[in-house]
Design a protein around this ligand. Structure first.
Ligand code: ADP
Length: 419
């Protein structure tokens, strides 16, 4: 078991003309925490992962495992286990031998190896597969063996890089849940890299969202969804993604409104918005971005009351997904929003649709910087590790107090030892 600390870690690949693949990445990961690093392709996730693992030289900054500075410690001496997307089990070896291999290389006694392999196999539900060769395993079974191969050594830290990408959707969902269970059982620190926001949202205690080599936000899944710090985070997390539109913030008789549309036809009250009035007011006369998630709009048959929605839209594309329906609505004055409905009222293309907005779910961003004005939380304030408590009541109490205060490899084992 170990904590991990990254201080101003940067990476410049040789021959990249000085381009910074990762820039000043700072984060404290608590012992036993499950942290997911997520972001689009090329954002620097794997580079960060590889620097923690010791597979990539650190250009600047420091990485600590526990209290030990590991910048110059080779991977095999870091007591970490890695699982990658391509699990590349040794094809000529049985599952048992695949799992035993790293320990055998370390000259662990046979009897001890046997105990560890069987214990681990039982934990993963693969005891019945020990005699099989990898070619006789399904994708999910192979991935479990890959996990087992990493686990047998009792590592202090698990590093998983897109371990589920090769699996089909159903299996991915099953394995997501299994990995979360495994994390609870093993009581070990997990760092999990993925480009998939669903994995990030469902698995992590905390999410680290990266873009262009920078950390955009570090937060719990709920906070990152409720309080994205900028348009990038807001657009990345959530599916279908948040609706965005240019707007102008206006003040009328002391009340704040957002004016949207090419000719400014739509006026939405910002009275219910979760933001400092002063900060919102500072946007008056400047360009802003209005954001609302599809699930925070509702399709209504009567026109929305003034300031509370958008009227006169037409349903264009309708995606009926069973439990929910996404309706792409063309609104007058050049707006197009997606609304996500959880009822099974029939909708047809061309149907007139009015949209009501949940006033406390509106996000307002500074259009120039992309920074959120609403529910503003800075990434830097949230780099503290998540408290290792399951006590939801504490969290609720803290939330209430806040509200009151506001007045309202191949799965290379560790890459060493002859693997
Ligand atoms: P991700 O894992 O988020 O897709 P990476 O960490 O692989 O992103 O890459 C981050 C950036 O570093 C990208 O711009 C990528 O092109 C660059 N990069 C990655 N590996 C190398 C390398 N070996 N040499 C030069 N540039 C690299």
């Amino acid at each position: 078991m170990a904590s991990i600390t990254l201080k101003d870690v940067s990476k410049v690949y040789p021959g990249s003309g000085g381009a910074r693949a990762v820039e000043k990445f700072s984060l404290e990961i608590a012992d036993r925490e499950f942290v997911v690093i997520v972001g689009p392709s090329g954002c620097g996730k794997s580079t960060t992962f590889r620097m923690i693992a010791g597979l990539e030289e650190i250009s600047e900054g420091s990485v600590y495992i526990g209290d030990t500075l590991v910048n110059n410690v080779p991977p095999k001496d870091r007591n970490i286990a890695m699982v990658f997307q391509s699990y590349a089990l040794y094809p000529h070896m049985s599952v048992y031998k695949n799992m035993a291999f790293a320990m055998k290389m370390r000259r662990v006694k046979k009897q001890q190896i046997d105990i560890r392999v069987r214990e681990t196999a039982a934990l993963l539900g693969i005891s019945h597969l020990l005699a099989r060769k990898p070619r006789a395993l399904s994708g999910g079974e192979s991935q479990r063996v890959a996990l087992g191969r990493a686990m047998v050594r009792n590592p202090e830290v698990f590093l998983l890089d897109e371990p589920l990408s090769n699996l089909d959707a159903k299996l991915r969902a099953d394995m997501r849940a299994e990995i979360v269970k495994l994390h609870k059982k093993l009581e070990t620190t997990f760092i999990y890299v993925t480009h998939d926001q669903t994995e990030a949202m469902t698995m992590g205690d905390r999410i680290v969202l990266m873009n262009g080599g920078h950390i955009m936000q570090v937060d719990s899944p709920k906070n990152i969804y409720d309080h994205p710090v900028n348009t990038f985070v807001a657009g990345f997390i959530g599916s279908p993604r948040m609706n965005f539109a240019d707007c102008a913030v206006e003040e009328r008789d002391g009340e704040l409104f957002a004016r949207l549309g090419e000719n400014g036809e739509h006026l939405i009250s910002l009275g219910g918005v979760n933001a400092e009035r002063g900060e919102l007011r500072a946007l008056v006369g400047k360009k802003a971005t209005f954001g609302i998630r599809p699930e925070h709009l509702s399709a209504v048959s009567e026109a929305a009351p003034p300031g509370e929605g958008f009227s006169g839209g037409t349903a264009d594309i309708i995606e009926a997904l069973g439990a929910e329906t996404n309706i792409y609505v063309d609104l007058p004055d050049g707006l197009r929003f997606i609304v996500r409905e959880f009822n099974d009222k029939p909708v047809f293309r061309g149907q007139v649709i009015n949209l009501r907005v949940m006033p406390d779910k509106i996000h307002i961003f500074d259009a120039e910087t992309g920074d959120a004005i609403t529910g503003r939380r800075r990434a830097a304030e949230n780099t503290e590790p998540a408290a290792q408590t399951d006590n939801i009541e504490d969290e609720i109490a803290a939330g209430v107090a806040e509200a009151l205060a506001a007045g309202a490899d191949d799965n290379n084992d560790n890459g060493g030892d002859g693997l």
